[in-house]
Design a protein around this ligand. Structure first.
Ligand SMILES: [Zn+2]
Length: 124
């Protein structure tokens, strides 16, 4: 038996569901899809830039069949891992992403003046 005596705080809840949430996200290819949206393979079309929200993430998750309550949990997990908006998910949560690879390629080639990501002002 593994009864919890005290009620879990939100942090405990988040960390307890994190592995399973990440597994579900992996199964539906969430990070790859997000990467594909923010960093399309063809450079011909300008990629939509992150506007500091979870707009793209939400549409992907909706399309993958997550309901609103699940979406809230998923975003809380992503936030706890440092992904506070669409692009930060790719920078901080994804182990590899084209967006991150592109960033380091431009850093390596000396284009450091161009900062790919500045913290977004967050709506309350
Ligand atoms: Zn962002």
């Amino acid at each position: 038996m593994f009864a919890r005596m005290e009620s879990a705080s939100d942090d405990d809840l988040i960390s307890s569901i994190t592995p399973d949430v990440m597994k579900c996200l992996g199964r539906c290819g969430f990070l790859e899809k997000l990467d594909g949206l923010l960093s399309p393979e063809e450079n011909s079309t300008p990629s939509p830039s992150c506007d500091g929200t979870y707009k793209l993430s939400k549409s992907i998750l909706n399309g993958a069949g997550f309901d609103l309550a699940e979406l809230t949990d998923v975003l809380a997990v992503l936030q706890s891992k440092g992904g506070c908006c669409d692009c930060e998910i790719l920078y901080n949560v994804a182990e590899t992403s084209r967006l991150k690879a592109k960033y380091w390629r431009s850093r390596a080639s000396g284009e450091a003046a161009h900062t790919p990501h500045t913290p977004h002002p967050r709506p309350n």
